[in-house]
Design a protein around this ligand. Structure first.
Ligand code: ADP
Ligand code: 3PG
Ligand code: MG
Length: 394
């Protein structure tokens, strides 16, 4: 990475404002269901503590839209951090108000303060310069480690860098190194697997990856838009009728470039959108009316697993089926297992695919699981991320 990191700046005795992405999934009562984003922030926090910095943490949680709302409080995050660090984390009851002022003014070395949810102020998402300046006034140095929010140009992710020396944390560095290397310098064959709901969500990624990969594997609901564009019926499957030309263009482009574009050859269809629905496996050309495609079929799974055996680098984004329902998780789970057992460099592009691997308890078998959903997609698309662009160059 060509940006300065916490190691390139003297943090001793300094107040350091660290932007993290603590936007974790929660149950209704606030219980955290996946703490990966919090765990991923620990390297930077521990480094700062070991180097006698005064640590001021900040994050958003959900989308409270500029209002103080108790259910969006960072209290559960403070508790979890305290548990993981084995150290007191003082939660400020406001973001830039008197409590934040008080807690950040007389800090000792090795102390940790967490500001309340940044999005309790609309100025955060508006990237308001006065709000950014106020945040900056608490600290001497700004560290951005919120990879998951690096695609947003908000006050705490980009604006604040105008007022303080700005460097990256270890998580952003790791994310950029893993995904950047895979894209720029892949061990080949380089295979990308794209699944998920909509072609339109992933079109930028598909186009960018067509410039880089040897094989592009398609699964998930987006496959049906391709089938439809070839003139086949897709029953009640998710299908974007306004993207049929686009699907054709993608297939043509892959052909022109000599890239192997693999689409499912069979599909697991169900009668209704429910976990125990009647279901069967049919050829991709024979999806009956009144049925809906929820997963890739047995033949497709075999074909994809076979292709992945040769791969040296794999980037995967998006489940291959409706993996929240056990009955339709076979495609996603079998491909995940194949990747877990593979010697290839395996990178998961965040979001629902990362959740599937977490559910299976095999996260440690992958080279890298991004903490970014939207951010990792934009990175794979080759877009510049404002949260990284704003940092000091090396
Ligand atoms: P990611 O978050 O990994 O980028 P997406 O958000 O694009 O992935 O898509 C994930 C969602 O797509 C999941 O909720 C999954 O159940 C759904 N999905 C995938 N395939 C199908 C399908 N065939 N029918 C309905 N939903 C599907
Ligand atoms: C995410 O979960 O993708 C990030 O935390 C960004 O959240 P946002 O989509 O609400 O900006
Ligand atoms: Mg998703």
């Amino acid at each position: 990475m060509n940006k300065k990191t916490v190691k390139d700046i003297d943090v001793r005795g300094k107040k350091v404002l660290v932007r993290c992405d603590f936007n974790v999934p929660q149950r209704e009562d606030g219980t955290i269901t996946d703490n990966r984003r919090i765990v991923s922030a620990l390297d930077t926090i521990n480094y700062l503590l070991e180097n006698n910095a005064k640590v001021i943490l900040c994050s958003h949680l959900g989308r409270p839209k500029g209002e103080f709302k108790k259910e969006f409080s960072l209290k559960p995050i403070a508790d979890e951090l305290q548990k993981l660090l084995g150290k007191e984390v003082k939660l400020s009851s406001d973001v830039i108000g008197p409590d934040a002022e008080k807690l950040t003014s007389n800090m000792k070395e090795g102390e940790i303060v967490l500001l309340e949810n940044l999005r309790f102020h609309r100025e955060e998402t508006d990237n308001d310069p006065e709000f950014a300046k106020k945040l900056a006034s608490f600290a001497d140095i700004y560290v951005n480690d919120a990879f998951g929010t690096a695609h947003r140009a908000h006050a705490s992710t980009a604006g604040v860098a105008a007022y303080l020396p700005a460097v990256s944390g270890f998580l952003i560095e790791k994310e950029i190194n893993f995904m950047g290397n895979a894209l720029e310098n892949p061990k080949r064959p380089f295979v990308a697997i794209l699944g998920g709901k909509k072609v339109s969500d992933k079109i930028g990624v598909i186009e960018a990856l067509l410039e880089k990969v040897d094989t592009l594997i398609i699964g998930g609901a987006m496959a049906y838009t391709f089938f439809k564009s070839m003139g086949y019926g897709v029953g009640d499957s998710i299908c974007e009728l306004d993207k049929l030309d686009l699907a054709k263009e993608i297939m043509q482009k892959a052909k022109d470039k000599g890239i192997k574009l693999m689409l499912p050859v069979d599909t697991h269809v169900g009668k209704e959108f429910k976990p125990d629905t009647e279901s069967k496996i049919v050829k991709y050309t024979e999806i009956p009316d009144g049925w809906e495609g929820f997963d890739i079929g047995t033949e497709t799974i075999k074909m994809y697993v076979e292709e992945l055996k040769n791969a040296k680098t794999v980037v995967w984004n998006g489940p291959l089926g409706l993996s929240e329902f056990e009955k339709f998780a076979t495609g996603t789970d079998t491909i995940a297992k194949a990747l877990a057992d593979s010697d290839a460099i395996t990178i998961i592009g965040g979001g629902d695919s990362a959740a599937a691997i977490e559910r299976m308890g095999i996260s440690n078998k992958f080279s890298h699981i991004s903490t970014g959903g939207g951010a990792s997609l934009e990175f794979l698309e080759g877009k510049k991320l404002p949260g990284i662009e704003c940092l000091l160059d090396k």
